[in-house]
Write a protein of this length. Structure first.
Length: 135
């Protein structure tokens, strides 16, 4: 959930630019954090009610977070690529650096994508090996 929130936050910062501060207010941030706590608590308490429903709702929620992160990072990648092409077309000198360090931002986005993939891989393979800890 946290990685998904970070990816959506970065996407908003990239797409909104200077309007980001007006959209991402402290009140909205608190509302999102409280929503995360409520959802996490509900998924945890569901284990007491029915383990099967808890498992499948957790899987659905995990997939929803994963798809949201993938869409966010993909949109960031294509937006950065488009900005880079626009800056190259506008610049008259080939070695002129832009005020926005796009290469560094693209590297941060690709690192976050690899982190997301490795976290997802570890979560997908963890249930196979976690049974040995409980039995």
């Amino acid at each position: 959930m946290t990685v998904t929130a970070i990816s959506v936050d970065r996407l908003l910062a990239l797409l909104l630019g200077l309007r980001y501060r007006q959209v991402a207010t402290l009140k909205r941030t608190f509302a999102i954090v409280i929503t995360f706590w409520v959802v996490s608590t509900a998924l945890t308490l569901m284990c007491l009610w029915n383990l099967s429903i808890s498992f499948w709702s957790s899987v659905v929620f995990l997939l929803l977070c994963l798809v949201t992160s993938i869409i966010s990072y993909t949109k960031m990648f294509f937006t950065l690529r488009r900005h880079q092409v626009q800056l190259q077309e506008q610049s008259q000198q080939p070695n002129q650096t832009s005020p926005l360090n796009i290469a560094r931002y693209k590297k941060a986005v690709s690192s976050a994508i690899w982190l997301q993939v490795s976290n997802t891989g570890s979560l997908l393979f963890a249930p196979r090996y976690s049974d040995s800890f409980f039995y």
